[in-house]
Design a protein around this ligand. Structure first.
Ligand code: GLN
Length: 542
């Protein structure tokens, strides 16, 4: 029998449901129980791919090319999972398939309704995920906040699942904010009480409540939460502010949440060795060294826009006991005032992330130029890779007007151009080159010394690529393309071996980076940043 754990959130969004859900998975994993995770996003979009990262945070790309909510990234990182498109469920997806069935005549003669047709479709999809990932436990995180109109069909479906699957196979976890009133310094549980009431109004009584508060709640607050929530005190836990999100499973586990959930679901299990996780958390929270990285982007006002990149940098740092401090800089400021680029001198490394469109692209090119000329360790990802090619074409190959056809349509030298197979595509949803593709690495290159293998698989999300017409001139002027697609026609990695560290990839290594297994690209970059800071010879990565 599959067990289902449902996580809902109250009071406000961004209360940390994603981290809580991942942490529950981790507490189960350290007891030898494997779970899979499904994220419900009640918005009407079919997937996250068409949403602005500045509003919604990054789009996380799964191995099979799904453009999903960033919480899937947290699940993958915490639990070392490889999730699929089906692990993200949206209103758009559910309605689309119910409407398709209606058009086909599957419900002939009947009136198609939210209950039971939409709720049945939701339940079917949640249940299908356990088979897809072959898991004994399915964790379902319901996005948004209890009380949102668009979340109602999903809450109704999970309410019904207790009847379908049985009490012993279902568990409701509710997490809500417990703020501190700055006037009195008092913990306030009333908003949480209201959100529990809202959940009950829908017909769900939580089995356990997690208070999300700035610090550990006191006995009085715990008592109130238990009393008003109609649960025993031992079913109330507190997720307080931690230095690192990776500490949250440890914090909750110490309070007994792992044991509580196991017992409640009928598992008799004991904690196994999770020393690697503890070591990782230690190197993140008590690092020996520090590097300062400038992340020059266009969505810099919202760090969630670059969350997988931030975490991959953290993982890379942890490997060498190094804290990575990231300054998010708006690239447009280097366009308004070109002198500003000199600020980059103060950093141990310059990182150019993914991106789309023309806004801020010249500022990023200026930052790449500064990194190359001043020999500051540089890492570029996807758009960062493409802009590094443009910078090199302009300033080393003498192609002054070089550009990408994404940025300007009339450049005489479109060194980055749309992929041929993309030209006829008009629709924007799920049409980029997405997901995992094989890359062949040239022996004797930095890429090879980082990965130590001839073949890798990495995830992609792009429409543009290096224009092969310019390959000869770029190569003849010293740019090394050290990784290609199997047919050799797509440039996937570039490097400048004479620089201290100058490396970029068309793919996104961050999506496969794990706390205990950092992406080689990111760990190589951080290693170079630390060596340079300490005035050492450039690292060889052997
Ligand atoms: N805008 C570029 C492209 O579509 C890069 C995309 C990215 O950085 N993910 O190719």
């Amino acid at each position: 029998m599959v067990k289902y754990i449902f996580v809902t959130g109250g009071v406000l969004s961004s209360v940390g449901k994603g981290i809580l859900t991942s942490s529950i998975g981790k507490m189960l994993q350290i007891r030898g129980l494997n779970s899979t995770v499904i994220k419900i996003d009640p918005y009407v979009n079919v997937d996250a791919g068409t949403m602005n990262p500045y509003m919604h945070g990054e789009v996380f790309v799964t191995e099979d090319g799904g453009e999903t909510d960033l919480d899937l990234g947290w699940y993958e990182r915490f639990l070392d999972l490889g999730l699929k498109q089906e692990n993200n469920l949206t209103t758009g997806l559910v309605y689309r398939s119910v409407i398709e069935k209606e058009r086909r005549g599957d419900f002939l003669g009947r009136c198609v309704q939210i209950i039971p047709h939409i709720t049945n479709e939701i339940k079917k999809r949640i249940k299908a995920v356990s088979k897809l990932n072959n898991s004994e436990i399915v964790l379902t995180e319901v996005g948004g906040t209890v009380g949102d109109i668009e979340g109602l069909p999903f809450l109704e479906a999970i309410r019904q699942m207790r009847i379908d699957e049985g009490f012993e196979n279902t568990l409701y976890v509710h997490v809500a904010l417990v703020p501190v009133l700055d006037v009195t310094g008092e913990l306030k549980t009333k908003p949480l009480q209201h959100s529990v009431n809202e959940l009950r109004r829908i017909g769900i009584q939580p089995d356990t409540i997690v208070a999300r508060s700035p610090y550990m709640i006191d006995a009085a607050a715990l008592g109130k939460i238990a009393l008003f929530g109609t649960i025993p005190e031992k079913a109330v836990f507190c997720s307080y502010n931690a230095k690192s999100v990776y500490e949250v499973p440890l914090i909750l586990n110490k309070q007994g949440m792992g044991d509580f959930i196991c017992k409640r679901l009928g598992f008799s299990c004991v904690e196994k060795n999770y020393q690697n996780w503890l070591n990782f958390v230690k190197s993140v929270t008590k690092p020996k060294h520090e590097v300062n990285i400038a992340l020059v982007g266009k969505y810099s006002g919202l760090s969630d826009s670059y969350v997988s990149m931030k975490e991959a940098l953290t993982h890379g740092g942890a490997k060498i006991d190094t804290q990575v401090c990231i300054s998010y800089l708006e690239s447009e400021k280097f366009e308004r005032d070109p002198q500003c680029v000199k600020e980059l001198q103060n950093f141990d490394g310059i990182f150019i992330p993914y991106g789309f469109g023309s806004r801020g692209s010249e500022g990023k090119i200026a930052a790449i130029n500064f990194a190359r000329v001043k020999d500051i360790p540089f890492l570029g990802i996807c758009f960062g890779f493409q802009l590094a090619v443009i910078e090199y074409a302009r300033n080393v190959c003498g192609l002054k007007m070089a550009n990408s056809s994404e940025i300007v349509s009339d450049s005489p030298h479109q060194v980055i151009d749309i992929m041929p197979e993309q030209r006829s595509i008009k629709s924007k949803g799920a049409t980029m080159r997405l997901g995992s593709h094989k890359i062949v690495i040239k022996p004797g290159t930095i890429a090879h010394s980082l990965y130590k293998t001839n073949e890798i698989y990495e995830r992609h999300r792009h429409r543009f690529e290096v224009n092969l017409d310019y390959l000869d001139i770029l190569k003849s002027k010293g740019l090394i393309f050290s990784g290609n697609s199997t047919d050799g026609r797509r440039m996937e990695i570039l490097e400048l071996p004479n620089q201290y560290f100058f490396f970029a990839s068309q793919y996104h290594g961050e999506f496969k980076s794990r706390p205990e297994k950092p992406s080689p690209v990111y760990s190589g970059f951080i290693k170079a940043c630390l060596s340079k800071k300490k005035g050492k010879e450039k690292p060889t990565f052997t």
